[in-house]
Design a protein around this ligand. Structure first.
Ligand SMILES: *Cc1c(COP(=O)(O)O)cnc(C)c1O
Length: 387
């Protein structure tokens, strides 16, 4: 049985008529950059995320870069980021000639460890970028408290977490000072190219984000600040507007798939429960745990990725490939061990939880249209390998 890591075709075919029509309308209008389609999408997001402002931008990476520019990050400033994330989270800090300061992750959620954060704050620290990795919220209450006490801005990297709710139902991206999202095709809400979104509840930051999205001119051609071309195009916005009403039902299917994995792994006696942080004879597979699961919120986890950990990860990946099951390694090298950050002076062993995750984690297929039979086959294949 062939199982791809992600198959975007069934989703497109289920909405083909509406999407094709929306694209044709944009082409007919010949209005391609920002404009009414983008306005419409932005309004839908302020409602969906329950935030005051939402602006479409050119990508998730540009959302982060624009956010850092809007809060005034300058050369020499320090910005605290988790060492275990997608590269963009740290890359954008260095691109502004500021210094990314790395922090270890929680051993269960993979999200930034609030208890390790405080000691990293110096007089140069200006901001923290918590990442809502793999589709569940970082520990925002703890992070916001630390940030408030040290007068730091909080930029949320929600690229993998659009729609995710925290504790009482607040949407990630609307909790910190600025939220950043990506519409890269493989994210839970993907467009047909690159795209992203920034969100805020702060009037002044909103003004800066909006102006800096278009080179910083206000009025046009009069520049008090330097921005860039961070615009989303109308074709991408039109696609997102068709898809957004379906996001929650896709996330629900991902959760159901995750629950089935967890049930099958425990039934196969490869794991006793979810959220175990180290291997033993009863836990040869470590399962992800939705730590904010409660009856109060629906989107406590949206499983952008379903990440398990196993000791012989690379061998398992090879075995899965031989059985036509696709998988991926997120992320094999944490930032503190990346060659491009060698000048920052970190070394192996500095962040044990992140290194453990980088060495043992493997992403299994989790997309909404995955069948029960496919998931069962994947767990059976992993069972075969481990027994
Ligand atoms: C995908 C991703 C980004 C970057 O988004 P793009 O739209 O690809 O630029 C940033 N941060 C995280 C955590 C991501 O997963």
């Amino acid at each position: 049985m062939k199982v791809p890591l992600l198959d975007l075709k069934p989703q497109y075919h289920s909405l083909k008529k509406e999407i094709d029509e929306a694209i044709a309308n944009v082409i007919e209008s010949q209005y391609f950059i920002l404009g009414p389609e983008v306005d419409k999408m932005e309004q839908a997001f302020t409602k969906y995320l329950n935030c005051k402002y939402a602006y479409g931008v050119s990508s998730g990476t540009d959302a982060l870069l624009l956010a850092l520019m809007a809060i005034g990050i300058k050369p020499g400033d320090e910005v605290i980021v988790p060492t275990y994330s997608f590269f963009a989270t740290a890359g954008v800090v260095s691109r502004l000639n500021a210094t990314p300061v790395f922090v270890d992750c929680d051993p269960v959620t993979f999200n930034i460890l609030p208890s390790a954060l405080k000691s990293k704050i110096t007089p140069k620290t200006k901001a923290i970028i918590p990442v809502h990795l793999y589709g569940q919220s970082a520990a925002m209450d703890e992070i916001i408290e630390i940030a408030k006490n040290a007068n730091l801005k909080v930029i949320e990297d929600g690229a993998q977490a659009i729609g995710v709710q925290y504790k009482d139902g607040r949407h990630v991206g609307a909790i910190g000072d600025i939220g950043c999202f990506s519409f890269f095709p493989s994210k839970n809400l993907g467009c047909f190219g690159d795209g992203g979104l920034v969100t805020t509840n702060d009037d002044e930051l909103a003004g800066r984000l909006k102006i800096m999205r278009v080179h910083g001119g206000h009025p046009k051609y009069y520049h008090k600040v330097i921005g860039g071309n961070f615009r989303i195009d109308a074709l991408q916005a039109a696609v997102i507007s068709v898809k957004l009403p379906h996001l929650d039902s896709w996330s629900e299917k991902r959760r159901e798939n995750a629950e089935l994995y967890t049930k099958l792994f425990t039934q196969a006696k490869l794991a006793q429960t979810d959220g175990v942080a180290s291997f033993d004879d009863n836990n040869k597979v470590l399962l992800p745990k939705p730590v904010y699961k409660s009856d109060k919120i629906k989107n406590y986890h949206i499983f952008n990725q379903y990440i398990i950990r196993v000791e012989k990860r690379d061998e398992l990946r090879k075995f899965l490939a031989e059985n036509e099951i696709a998988s991926e390694i997120y992320y094999p090298v944490p930032f503190h061990l990346q060659e491009c950050f060698a000048n920052l002076g970190y070394k192996k062993g500095d962040f044990p939880n992140s290194e453990f995750a980088a060495n043992t984690s493997i992403a299994l297929p989790i997309y909404p249209e995955l069948t029960k039979e496919q998931i069962t086959f994947i767990v059976e294949t992993i069972s075969k390998f481990l027994k």
